[in-house]
Design a protein around this ligand. Structure first.
Ligand code: SF4
Length: 124
């Protein structure tokens, strides 16, 4: 099968369709300096977002901090090495068509000005 599309937060190289999801709660817990917040004067709700545009959504802080968390939002921009994300699969299946052919997709970023060079001990 040929790749149909691969952008920063998604891999479409096999039939599983994996997306990277950032959990804004992790940004709050890290005290990330790129997390911004603002108050919606109409509703009184406070929202948070990412100045680096690692994710494009602005999410309600109260929901983010609720027990169990808000959940993940789709990664739409280049992550920094400290950004916490999980990979979610849209489809799961058995067999070669569903086998991961892009294992680096699961790794944190090691590029950019804040990049870390991690040792990769795998043979392939
Ligand atoms: S840079 Fe990463 S950790 Fe910081 S707010 Fe953006 S997504 Fe969260």
């Amino acid at each position: 099968m040929t790749a149909t599309r691969t952008t920063v937060g998604e891999c479409r190289q096999c039939r599983s369709f994996c997306d990277k999801m950032v959990e804004p709660r992790g940004c709050v817990e890290l005290g990330c300096r790129y997390l911004y917040s603002f108050l919606d004067r109409l509703t009184g709700e406070q929202y948070v977002g990412c100045m680096q545009e690692v994710y494009a959504a602005e999410v309600e802080l109260g929901a983010v901090l609720e027990p169990g968390g808000f959940g993940g939002v789709k990664m739409t921009g280049e992550p920094l090495p400290h950004c916490q994300f999980a990979v979610e699969r849209a489809y799961e299946g058995e067999g070669e068509s569903y086998g991961c052919v892009n294992r680096r997709f699961f790794d944190c970023s090691d590029g950019g000005s804040e990049g870390l060079r991690a040792f990769d001990l795998r043979d392939v």
